[in-house]
Structure formats: structure tokens, C-alpha cells
Design a protein around this ligand. Structure first.
Ligand code: 26W
Length: 843
């Protein structure tokens, strides 16, 4: 193929090229992009997109125009792969994974797709030829923040790994118009701003209005006599249209492209017309707003469900559309009794669990399948992942609400429950305590459907997300179910994608690794083990330390531009980034900072003995979570005092850049020395930030919780700062009665820190501001911050001592990198395939 055009003069042009004629091609030759891509071909396509899609010339194009045209061009190349991939997979009849998740925290797409499609080089050349600063376009991108935290980011890592492994799969979710709010601070307090991520255009998505599905709500059920069998039928009251928006999910340089299909709610034409004809135009418009509200906003609650009707509407909306969509892909004459051979629906926590009665309804009511057969099919088609241990995070839906919104589904849930409880009785007799315990329907405080129980009864497998979590799930959260269905329970430890979180986020370390062991690690992360001997190589250690120093400079550039902040020169960079929740114990970190500060100002610690540190926080609080917001206020208040007190001479800094998101994580994590993973043991299901830090050569200070346990086992005790109570110890003191005030009384250091906060030292003398935080710690302290304080302080002293030996620290950091290959999401996905899905990759 000849080169399309030379250079880039900005003129309007349309380059017509024809593929080599192939008699067996499914359609006549079409103008095509060149594969492999060339800079000239890329440039030509970029200009075409700029001119014809954007309607501007290069000379007149704004940054946004250029960004959109670049994104489109990248998507065009991926689309070539996608079309070829679809052709290869058509007719393969392979079993697919449908990943059902209410959240996908995707992060920026441009670099990810350039990397996966191996387009970074040509894109850079093309932009240079056009006189465009590629980095400026990178900075222009707004990430789709369609998730809250760990669960949504995990889903994004998983779809990356599914594509890279070549597993047939579709991710299904919701295209929220407003993603997770943008956090700002006013006087140190969180203020939420809308995240209007779509306003400047959404070049990565492709609307597919022709593939819209209708989703129904409300109404009533009636029974009909169908040739002697009594059947129930749903007469819904209102419909909305679900319009799919597709995102390409490219595998890493393997020609595979999967789909992420996100649904947007639109008013149906029929609905509009009916009201329009009644002459009430205003109401017709109101109805449209009502329907479109369903995909308007992501609920910013992470772990405390609000039980809002709109949220249930969202959940049903996306799973009903997804199930229909998937079934529509099967051949017309497909025998639905064989559905389990073709699909597994993975339930990402309880949010999509309403899919269970929906599939039953479709099979029984719409396809006339017998109940028992439909139930057997359904049980094989679902599997459930639990992501929490907090009882308050387990979703329940009042039957009053469910019955009003989805009356037929409630009937189906009742019948599932009836038959399940009959099986329990058959095995254990009329043990009413047990029956009440295991019923899918809770009776108190209101009759409600326990979605986790429904998922457990319906799914073929139930998994936790780290070894400890899966064990606690069996022993503490769902013990009666683990006894009844022992074969269902399994573990899949979480993982993170090495493409985004090492290869892209840490180019310096990536190059160092590749120079040492080749680039196979990008898709085979266990190969990082080959780095182990290099921990003893002084030259490698020096190079590794230089990369870390470079990453700190890079972070400073980002922080400076973003927030006017910077990490201190020569400082230990101590990072705690995650959602704000009391169980994660940001307060413990604050107490450490306050203790160090108090130590210096009171003269107990000589300034020269203080290890210079920058403590960096990133955390959003759910808007309705008052205590979390107070803790944010406290962190900012402590920062303003500590950062400006001349007695500290800048040796202790607290930075809290607002709006922590995936993009900021990509700058922060590679620069960190110390990773704070300090949740109360038994509360953090897994954590995934912990894995990202260790893979980027930060050492962890952490409790024996979630995946910390597995990280420590792999990296070794010498390379991990363990502290605090174990889960059984926590359970024991909780049992005996926990008295936080006793710890306050007994520990002078703790007393000084708390007293300083209580004194108003961080609130301009106003003692009332943080009084609720202080009294909560002293009289309730549900997550036992005070009980772990002294162990934490001692562990931080070990950190300081270890950091003083820079070469030893670097050795430990290298071993962290070398030993954390296990935490690739590729490995997690292989575990899902082996233990749950049985969906082999296709080639
Ligand atoms: C509003 C209801 C609700 C309930 C639970 C919203 C969100 C949740 C999630 C389960 C919270 C969550 O993100 N859990 C996190 O999942 C990660 C991925 O498995 C784990 O690494 C974290 O430990 C867990 O907190």
C-alpha cells in the first residue's frame, strides 16, 4: 500500500484508498485505513476527522477540536481491529462472560488505547507533523468517572484483562450523564460540584440507537389460564427506552476488541405520543425528564445504600436491557435450555441482582419455559461477587417498593424463597431460627428482599475478593449459606491491570524493567520475579532510586499545575488515597501527623530528628456521610496549621489535593515511598490501591486485612510494616466490650494528640468544630482507632529508621515490585475462568 499523503499542511483533503481486491471479501473494497498504521495514514485520518467530523480546518481548530479528532482517529484504528475480530468470532458459539456492573471507573482512554493498539508512535509523529502538542491533548481529556471507588475500578481492570486474554465478553453498565462528583474544598470542607463529563463531546463512545431496548416498570400482574396451566403475566404501566453507547475495549496488542455497553435512558416514542395526543404538551416534556432521570446521575454512596427508588430503577433498567441485548445475539432458534453453555452473568456485588428474577421472568413468562427448568438454567447462568464485609453495605429492597416498581419480580422472588426455604426445612427440619436467618425476605424493620441472599441462592458461585475476605464471608457474613451450599463458595483475589498501573503510569520503571528482563511482563506479570536478583545489584538500585526521584518530580509538576502544591525535596512520600470511610481509618493517619507535630512543638522531638515527610491524602466522602466530611475538614485543618508553622520548618507537610480520581492516582502512586493500608482488620474486603502501590515500589504500612495479608506473604515481613490487631483479636475485644477511653487514659502520646485537636488548635481556637470527631473517638470509636494507635506509632518509627538507610529501602522496594506479579488482574481473570466461568479464551 502506498503512503497516503506526505506531512501535514492543514489543507482539506480526503484520501481515497482501496484495499487490495480480494474476491472472497464479504463486501466490495472500501476506502480503508492502513494496517499496520503509518504516520502519514494516521495524519490523513486525523485531518479527515477534524475536517468532516469536527467541521474545522487545522488552522482554526481549538484544543478540544484537536482532541476530539485525535480520539476519533484512535478509535477508527481500533474499530478496524474490532470489525476483524467480530468476523473471526462470528459463528464461534463460544461461551461469553456478561459482566454486570453498575459502575466502571475507567480513567482516561487516550493513552490506554494508544498503548493497546500500538499507536503511540504514529500518533506522536502525526501530531508533530501537524504542529500539535500531544501532551496538551492528553491533559485536555476528562476521565469518565462512572464509579465510586474500588468496585468500579476493579470492573475497569477486569474488562481490560478479559480483552487481553481474549475471552469473549461484554461489560454492561449505565452511561451516567453525571459521574462521581467533582470535589472542591471551601475553607477545608468538601463541596461537591457536578461532573459534566459529556459536555465537550464523548469521542470514545458510539451510540447505537438501532439496538435500543424497551424496559418496563410498574403496573400489576394478572393470572391467565394458558391451556390448563395457570400463568402469571405482568401488565406494566410505563416504559423507558434503553439506548446503548458502546466503548471499544482493546486487548493489549492482540487484535482483540471487546465491548463495554453502557445504557442511557430515553423516553419512548409511544409514551410521548400518548400524552402528546392528550394535548398536554407540558406533561409530555415532564414525562421525558422523568424517564431520562434514570441514567442521569451516579449515586455517590460508597458502602451505605440509600434505598432510593431511583436507584432500584437504575439497577433494573440496566440489567433488563442487558439480558435482552444478550439474548438477542443468540440465533433465532436457540434452545434456551442450553443458555448456560453460552453465557455466564457475573454480578458485581448486589447492584445487578434484580437480573435473577428478570431472567426467570423472561424464561417463564415470555418463553413459556417450565419454572423448574428455568430455575435450573438461571442458577447456572449467574455467579455473584461480594465486595464488602460491612453489614450496612448489604443491600435490601423493601417489598413495598419492589412490589410497586416490579410487581412480577416480587412474585418471582417470593416463589424462589418459598422453594428455597422448603429445601432448608427438608434438610434441617422446622428450625424456625434458621429459617428466619436464611430467608431471602427480612421481616424487620420492614419486609425487605435481601439481595445478597438472593444472589447466593441463585448463583452457581459466590466469591469474596481476597483470601481473608472470602473466609470471613463464609464464616461471618453468610455462614448458614456456606453450610447449606459449601460447594458454591470460593475466592478470587483481586488484581489490577499492569498496562494502566505500571506500563502507562510509570514509564520510568517500565523502561527499567523492560531493559532488565524484556517486555513480556506486560502480559505475564509473574515475570517480575526475574528482577529479584537485581535487588542486590548496586547499579540497578541506583537506577531504581533515580526513577522514583523522577516520579516525584513528575508528581510535583502535576500538583503544582493542578493545585499549587508540591512534595518537599528529599521527603518520604507517605500516601493514603482511597474513599473516605471510618473503617479505612484516615483518622489514625491524622493522629500520627498530629502526634509528630505536637512532639516537635512541645520540644519532645528535636526537629533534626524528624524524618522529613510529605503526607498526601486523597479521598472523597459520600455527600450524606457527615462524619466522613468532618474528617476531611480535620485533615485540611491540620494541614493548614502544620504546613505553615515555622517551628516545623517544612519538614512535615500535609497535602490534600481535591478530587482524587484515576488520573491523579496515575501520578501519585508511582511517586509514593509509603503506602498506607491501615483499615481495621476484618473490614476492608481486599483493597486494590494496596496492590498498585506495591507494584510501583512503595512499601506498605498496613494491618492484616484484605489483600494486605497476601501482599505481606509474598513480599516478606522484612519488606512490609505490619502493625495492629488481627481480625480474631478485633472480634475478641469487640466481644468483651471495647472501651476507647481506656486507651486514651493509658497512652500519654495519644492523649496529647487528641487533646490538641480538642483544644481548638486546628480550628482557630473554636473547640466545637472537631468536638464530634473527638467524642466519637473517645466514646464510640467503632473502628478501634485508639486500640491500634500505639502499634501504628511504633510501626511508623520502624518506617523512619528503615528510610534512613536509603539503599536498604530501595532494595525492599525492588523486592516489592519483583514479588507482586500475582496481583495482575490477568491472574484474577484466569482464576474466574477456572473456578467460576469456564469460558476459555478464543483465538
Ligand atoms: C450504595 C451501596 C454500595 C454498597 C457497596 C455501594 C458500593 C458498594 C461497594 C461494595 C463498595 C466497594 O467498592 N467495595 C470495594 O470493592 C473493592 C473491589 O473488590 C475492594 O478492593 C474493596 O476492599 C471494597 O471496599
Amino acid at each position: 500500500m502506498s503512503s497516503a499523503s506526505g506531512g501535514c499542511d492543514g489543507s482539506l483533503r480526503y484520501v481515497r484508498r482501496v484495499t487490495s481486491s480480494d474476491a472472497t471479501a464479504p463486501h466490495p473494497p472500501v476506502p480503508a485505513l492502513e494496517l499496520p498504521p503509518t504516520a502519514d495514514g494516521f495524519t490523513a485520518q486525523f485531518l479527515r476527522n477534524l475536517n468532516f467530523d469536527g467541521g474545522v480546518t487545522l488552522a482554526d481548530a481549538s484544543t478540544n477540536d484537536r482532541y476530539l479528532a485525535l480520539a476519533r482517529t484512535v478509535r477508527d484504528y481500533l474499530m478496524l481491529h474490532a470489525l476483524a475480530d467480530q468476523q473471526r468470532q462470528a459463528g464461534a458459539q463460544a461461551k461469553a462472560v456478561c459482566y454486570l456492573s453498575a459502575e466502571y471507573l475507567l480513567g482516561n482512554q487516550l493513552d490506554n488505547d494508544l498503548l493497546a493498539g500500538d499507536l503511540a508512535g504514529v500518533a506522536a509523529d502525526a501530531m508533530a507533523a501537524c504542529g500539535i502538542d500531544l501532551d496538551e491533548l492528553r491533559r485536555h481529556e476528562i476521565e469518565p468517572g462512572l464509579g465510586n471507588g474500588g468496585l468500579g475500578r476493579l470492573a475497569a481492570c477486569f474488562i481490560d484483562s478479559l480483552a487481553t486474554l481474549g475471552v469473549p465478553s461484554i461489560g454492561y453498565g449505565i452511561r451516567y450523564e453525571y459521574g462521581i462528583f467533582r470535589q472542591t474544598f471551601e475553607d477545608g470542607q468538601q463541596v461537591e460540584q457536578p461532573d459534566a463529563w459529556l459536555t465537550l463531546g464523548a469521542p470514545w463512545e458510539q451510540p447505537r440507537p438501532e439496538a435500543a431496548q424497551t424496559v418496563s416498570f410498574g403496573g400489576r400482574t394478572e393470572t391467565v389460564d394458558d391451556a390448563g396451566t395457570v400463568r402469571s403475566r405482568w401488565i406494566p404501566e410505563w416504559n423507558v427506552s434503553a439506548v446503548p453507547y458502546d466503548y471499544l475495549v482493546p486487548g493489549f496488542r492482540n487484535g482483540r476488541v471487546n465491548t463495554l455497553r453502557l445504557w442511557r435512558a430515553k423516553a419512548t416514542d409511544a409514551f410521548d405520543l400518548r400524552i402528546f395526543n392528550s394535548g398536554d404538551y407540558e406533561q409530555a416534556v415532564r414525562a421525558q425528564t422523568f424517564a431520562e432521570n434514570i441514567s442521569k446521575v451516579l449515586y455517590p454512596e460508597d458502602s451505605t445504600p440509600q434505598g432510593k427508588e431511583l436507584r432500584l430503577q437504575q439497577q433494573y433498567f440496566f440489567v433488563a436491557a442487558s439480558i435482552r441485548d444478550f439474548l438477542g445475539r443468540l440465533p433465532e432458534d436457540f434452545d434456551l435450555a442450553r443458555l448456560p453453555e453460552r453465557v455466564i452473568f457475573q454480578l458485581n456485588d448486589t447492584h445487578p441482582v434484580i437480573a435473577v428474577p428478570e431472567l426467570m421472568r423472561v424464561l417463564v413468562d415470555e418463553h413459556g419455559m417450565a419454572w423448574d427448568e428455568a430455575w435450573a438454567v438461571t442458577q447456572q447462568c449467574f455467579a455473584y461477587t461480594c465486595h464488602t464485609l460491612l453489614p450496612e453495605a448489604l443491600e435490601v429492597w423493601p417489598v413495598e417498593l419492589l412490589g410497586r416498581l416490579l410487581p412480577r419480580h416480587l412474585e418471582i422472588v417470593y416463589r424462589i424463597n418459598e422453594e428455597f426455604l422448603a429445601a432448608v426445612r427438608a434438610r434441617f427440619g422446622d428450625d424456625e431460627m434458621r429459617i428466619r436467618d436464611m430467608s431471602i425476605i427480612a421481616e424487620f424493620p420492614v419486609r425487605a428482599v435481601r439481595m445478597a441472599y438472593l444472589a447466593t441462592v441463585a448463583g452457581s458461585r459466590v466469591n469474596g475478593v481476597a483470601e481473608l475476605h472470602s473466609q470471613l464471608l463464609r464464616d461471618k457474613v453468610l455462614p448458614a449459606f456456606a453450610e447449606f451450599f459449601p460447594e458454591k463458595f470460593t475466592n478470587v483475589t483481586n488484581g489490577v491491570t499492569p498496562r494502566r498501573f505500571l506500563r502507562l503510569a510509570n514509564p520510568g520503571l517500565s523502561t527499567l524493567i523492560t531493559d532488565a528482563i524484556g517486555d513480556g511482563w506486560v502480559t505475564d506479570l509473574e515475570r517480575l520475579h526475574e528482577l529479584e536478583p537485581l535487588a542486590e545489584d548496586a547499579a540497578f538500585r541506583a537506577a531504581f532510586a533515580a526513577v522514583k526521584a523522577g516520579n516525584k518530580r513528575r508528581l510535583n509538576e502535576v500538583l503544582q499545575a493542578r493545585d499549587g502544591m508540591r512534595v518537599g525535596d528529599g521527603h518520604l512520600v507517605d500516601v493514603m488515597v482511597k474513599r473516605l470511610h471510618e473503617y479505612k481509618r484516615q483518622l489514625l493517619k491524622v493522629l500520627h501527623v498530629v502526634s509528630e507535630y505536637e512532639g516537635v512543638v512541645s520540644g519532645r522531638i528535636a526537629l533534626a530528628d524528624l524524618q522529613p515527610r510529605t503526607v498526601l491524602f486523597g479521598a472523597k466522602a459520600a455527600p450524606g456521610y457527615a462524619m466522613a466530611k468532618r474528617i476531611i475538614h480535620l485533615i485540611n485543618a491540620v494541614g493548614s496549621v502544620v504546613n505553615t508553622d515555622p517551628r516545623l520548618d517544612g519538614r512535615l507537610q500535609v497535602l490534600f489535593p481535591p478530587n482524587y480520581n484515576v488520573t491523579l492516582a496515575e501520578s501519585v502512586i508511582p511517586a509514593a515511598d509509603l503506602s498506607e493500608q491501615i483499615s481495621l482488620a476484618g473490614k476492608e474486603a481486599s483493597g486494590t490501591g494496596n496492590m498498585k502501590f506495591a507494584l510501583n515500589g512503595a512499601l506498605t504500612i498496613g494491618t492484616d486485612d484484605g489483600a494486605n495479608v497476601e501482599i505481606r506473604e509474598l513480599v516478606g515481613d522484612a519488606n512490609f510494616f505490619l502493625f495492629g490487631m488481627t481480625e480474631p483479636e478485633v472480634a475478641e475485644i469487640a466481644q468483651a466490650g471495647y472501651h476507647p477511653a481506656a486507651f486514651y487514659q493509658e497512652d500519654a502520646g495519644l492523649r496529647r494528640a487528641i487533646d490538641l485537636i480538642a483544644s481548638g488548635a486546628f480550628s482557630g481556637g473554636d473547640r466545637s468544630v472537631f468536638e464530634p470527631v473527638v467524642s466519637n473517638l473517645l466514646y464510640e470509636d467503632r473502628f478501634m482507632v485508639l486500640a491500634d494507635y500505639s502499634a501504628y506509632m511504633a510501626a511508623q518509627q520502624r518506617v523512619d529508621a528503615a528510610y534512613a538507610d536509603q539503599d536498604g529501602w530501595t532494595r525492599a522496594a525492588i523486592l516489592n515490585v519483583a514479588r507482586c506479579g500475582f496481583f495482575s488482574s490477568d491472574r484474577s481473570i484466569r482464576d474466574y475462568i477456572d473456578r467460576i466461568w469456564h469460558t476459555p479464551p478464543t483465538t
